[in-house]
Design a protein around this ligand. Sequence first.
Ligand code: KG4
Ligand code: ZN
Length: 354
Amino acid sequence: MAVCKKLAISPAMLVLGVESSCDETGLALYDTQRGLLAHALHSQVAMHEEYGGVVPELASRDHIRRAIPLLEQVLQKAGVARGDIDAIAYTQGPGLAGALLVGASIACGLGLALDKPVLGVHHLEGHLLSPLLAKEPPEFPFVALLISGGHTQLMRVDGVGGYELLGETLDDAAGEAFDKSAKLLGLGYPGGPAISRLAEFGDSGVYTLPRPMLHSKDLNFSFSGLKTAVLTVVKNQTTNICEQDKANIARAFVEAIVDVLVAKCLAALKQTGMKRLVIAGGVGANRQLREALNAAAAKRRFKVYYPELEFCTDNGAMIAFAGAMRLQRDPKAAQRDYAFNVRPRWPLDELRRV
Ligand code: KG4
Ligand code: ZN
């Protein structure tokens, strides 16, 4: 795993990261000299699957059960003791209030017990910086497309905390559009990977779906109409929808959303004059999107960077890493005041550059 060069010049610091904003419990240990030492994750997907989406109260209770065993796992994998930890970074928001409270209380309880400082991290900053954990990390500045279950944003990133919002979705997030459309096709939760796999078997051109705001001349998105278009196609089927038809619809959906995402990325690069594009968040794992972006990058001579696949979706490594980056730049960012609060809603551009 890569070590950020800017961090390596400062004294070594071992940061524990705790992620619990939604349906994944993630713990990780990042060392500023040695890189990522260990990370462990428990996904609650199987538990929420039968409800077709995340049940917040079940999510909180499961985080409570999983966090400490995962902590023991990462300590063991990294070969370090609790006392070796220098600081604890936890996801303070945005996310589900109850789920965030579990991570915050565990991080602050550990901090108090070990007499170590704690730091609340913005979940989306974790996603944004996660490509810096890859073997070939991008340099600042870059344009970032943040595409997760709850967010779709184009940002200009000048450094840690230097985020300027260029455009965002006016309604559904890209991941939400994947999940809702997958549900309409009778696929499981989460829908993104399922609809993407099914699309591989579909024929192109059988169905044509809209590409909302493709020509809007700004960098905003809108995906709720695309989901409604999928609903209309499904409802218009006169007979029971067969597997091939489902695959054809999935293909049309993926093509439409990928077209819009790629076009807006190109427009953001043009507007900012930048040549580096970073993709972050769960939808960044999507194969068809990566293929289309790679093709566009080769043609238009820009570079596109992705997080390692395992760090596209929620994880503790990105929180440990984001915390470490902030602490290296501002050691006072972590505190020994263990009276925590969480921020279920927290705009990313409220963060200050460090
Ligand atoms: O970043 P993430 O793990 O959680 C949030 O912070 O929201 O993103 C989860 C979202 C879900 O909507 C999921 O369906 C989507 O990422 N996703 C994908 C893929 N893998 C995950 N969407 C499309 N293709 C994928 N391969
Ligand atoms: Zn996320």
